[in-house]
Design a protein around this ligand. Structure first.
Ligand code: NI
Ligand code: MN
Length: 221
């Protein structure tokens, strides 16, 4: 599988069968590594409705026809012309050609009336399991996810201020029993400035790999 980081919290995972795009905030992010009229996906997953996550969801969904996976409040906010949708809520699972994705709790605000923020746990057919925390702080049920799933990759925000900071992200990875942290959601703006190398060093001491990726870069999972 190929993981491509487009900046902030936007990334694509390409499997044999599918291209999943997450939190497509591109317009307005000067570090964004692709334009919304170029990015490819057949599934579009949105963690919550804050502008730095929902972003270009509407034009991307309209152009690609990708299946939009999000809470019902977000789905209902989309133009009626977007019909390839999968509204679900925390606990819901969608089975796709790539594997299955379960919507899980995040501790944050939702950015839309009546909504909740979410994360996703994805079991890929190719054998890997990936947790995307969305925007979240630390919460104890991360330990539950660590019990229930064999998490290979934890894609975690580390910017602090609005989400986990690097120290908290390392605790989260321990709760999750994740083998690898992929840090995102930092250095987009001054208020979320962080040094991921410090997290990498701290992770090494705990036996947790930290894979630092820059906008526009890809890596194999
Ligand atoms: Ni947010
Ligand atoms: Mn955010």
């Amino acid at each position: 599988m190929k993981f491509t980081f487009y900046g902030h919290a936007c990334f694509q995972i390409q499997t044999e069968e599918s291209k999943l795009l997450f939190d497509p905030f591109l317009t307005g992010n000067e570090n964004a590594a692709i334009m919304p009229d170029k990015v490819e996906c057949d599934h579009l997953l949105i963690s919550h409705a804050h502008a730095d996550h929902f972003g270009d969801a509407v034009p991307i969904a309209e152009r690609t026809g990708a299946k939009v996976i999000a809470i019902p409040e977000i789905i209902r906010s989309l133009p009626n012309a977007i019909t390839n949708v999968k509204p679900m809520n925390i606990g819901g699972t969608y089975e796709g050609p790539f594997g299955q994705v379960t919507m899980v709790q995040a501790v944050h605000s939702s950015g839309i009336a009546g909504g909740v923020p979410v994360g996703f746990i994805i079991l890929f057919n190719e054998g890997k399991t990936l947790y995307f925390g969305g925007d979240t702080g630390l919460f104890g049920d991360m330990k539950l996810y660590g019990d229930l799933y064999n998490i290979d990759y934890a894609v975690l925000p580390i910017g602090g201020k609005y989400t986990l900071d690097p120290e908290q992200a390392l605790i989260a990875a321990k709760f999750l029993r994740a083998k690898t942290i992929i840090p995102i959601h930092y250095n987009t703006w001054d208020v979320i400035q962080q040094d991921p190398e410090k997290l990498k060093k701290a992770g090494e001491k705990e036996g947790i790999e930290v894979r630092i990726i820059q906008p526009g870069e890809s890596m194999m999972l």
